[in-house]
Design a protein. Structure first.
Length: 183
């Protein structure tokens, strides 16, 4: 049965770097990378280039802006550790292709996230999900941004519930918040 680890934090908190190091450690020097970004402009292309150059040759990348559950299933056949970077970009892909007025959008969203969880649990690998914490700021002024914030928070909760460990990264420091006392 697969294991799930969630790594979350704010922008530039060090979550991806920490998750990459953890994946290589768990994968004994090699890991799969599920990349969810779509490149629409030169700025995003540069970000992807930086991520790729930081990873090096110990990684096999699976470009999966959609149906990433299938990539998890496929990658788990050959890798002990899989890094999924990131849940919030994956959610943006979903929302930008959805009708926000569809009365079934929440059910479709839950199904999307549950498909990831099911694929991870049905594998023999450790899947490290990277996700942004986006709910600590003000209430966004438009519907898409509010739905994104709400669903990102819910996705993080769903993944955290199923995770063996949940790391919160702040200023490059990762803290396993699932270990913290709850009383």
């Amino acid at each position: 049965m697969g294991k799930i680890i969630l790594v979350t934090g704010g922008a530039r908190s060090g979550k991806s770097k920490f998750a990459e190091e953890l994946a290589l450690k768990l994968g004994e020097g090699r890991a799969a990378y599920i990349a969810t970004a779509q490149i629409f402009d030169s700025e995003m292309a540069e970000r992807v280039k930086i991520h790729k150059s930081r990873r090096g040759k110990n990684w096999i990348t699976f470009e999966s802006p959609f149906n990433a559950d299938k990539s998890i299933t496929f990658a788990a056949q050959n890798f002990n550790a899989i890094l999924f970077d990131c849940v919030t970009i994956y959610l943006s892909n979903f929302l930008c292709n959805a009708n926000l007025d569809d009365e079934n959008i929440f059910t479709k969203f839950e199904e999307w996230i549950n498909n990831l969880i099911t694929a991870a649990k049905n594998s023999d690998a450790t899947i490290i999900f990277v996700s942004n914490e986006v709910g600590a700021g003000i209430v966004p002024e438009n519907k898409l941004a509010r739905v994104f914030r709400d669903y990102a928070g819910l996705a993080n909760q769903m993944l955290a519930k199923e995770s063996e460990k949940v790391f919160l990264t702040i200023a490059g420091i990762a803290i396993d918040i699932k270990k913290l006392p709850t009383d």
